[in-house]
Design a protein around this ligand. Structure first.
Ligand SMILES: C[S@@+](CC[C@H](N)C(=O)[O-])C[C@H]1O[C@@H](n2cnc3c(N)ncnc32)[C@H](O)[C@@H]1O
Length: 199
């Protein structure tokens, strides 16, 4: 499995941009979705758990899936009794999970997914009836967000296009909203949250 994040994992949690960004996404998810202590949630592209660990205290169990062994090693270092993410080291598209979850959360990972149709078709099978998805990522950008675009398949997303794809694969009540602006020295980048319910 290719690991585009092996050199980034060590310092992934350093600095404020990612840590604060994950907090803003978690707060926005909590505002939109009624989380409860009986829920099992999947964090797609969980990485070091920046989003998952914020959601974990509100639900029964957060599971994470990630293709990067090194990112998951950092996540495991942060696991402790009472606050633990159960991680799958696999590609959700090439090796889909059979388990069903009450909801799927995701932060800044969708732009690494080459085929969105396959992705949404796959995850639809992993969500229980009336379960939710809450996916945060970049609005359309000019390709300058990452200094190296290896493994980046989308320069952000046009929210309206994404809504149509999500509806096509059996989700309803699809909503997008801008939740954050990431300021880099050369320009600002907008982050959206898409939420929807499985039909
Ligand atoms: C930009 S990082 C975001 C990590 C974390 N969600 C955060 O906000 O800090 C994207 C993560 O998605 C993972 N990833 C990319 N494609 C994936 C796939 N098809 N299945 C599982 N994980 C994937 C990468 O290994 C990486 O850890």
């Amino acid at each position: 499995m290719q690991d585009h994040f092996k050199d980034k994992a060590q310092n992934w949690d350093s600095g404020d941009i990612r840590v604060n960004g994950a907090k803003i996404i978690a707060d926005a998810i909590e505002k939109e979705i009624q989380l409860s202590k009986d829920m099992e949630i999947l964090d797609f592209g969980v990485g070091t758990g920046l989003l998952g660990f914020r959601i974990a205290p509100k639900v029964k169990q957060v599971y994470g899936i990630d293709t990067s062994e090194k990112m998951l090693e950092k996540l495991e270092e942060k696991n402790k009794p009472g606050l633990e993410i159960k991680a799958y080291h696999q590609d959700i598209i090439k090796e889909p999970l059979t388990k069903q979850f009450d909801g799927l959360i995701s932060s800044m990972t969708l732009h690494h997914v080459e085929n969105l149709d396959t992705f949404f078709k796959t995850i639809h099978t992993n969500i229980k009836e009336n379960g939710f998805i809450a996916i945060a990522d970049l609005q359309s950008e000019d390709g300058s967000f990452h200094s190296d675009n290896t493994g980046v398949y989308h320069f952000g997303f046009d929210a309206e296009n994404l809504v149509q794809i999500v509806q096509k694969y059996g989700f309803k009540d699809v909503k997008t909203q801008n939740i954050n602006t990431i300021s880099k020295p050369h320009r600002d980048f907008e982050v959206f949250l898409l939420t929807a319910q499985k039909n």
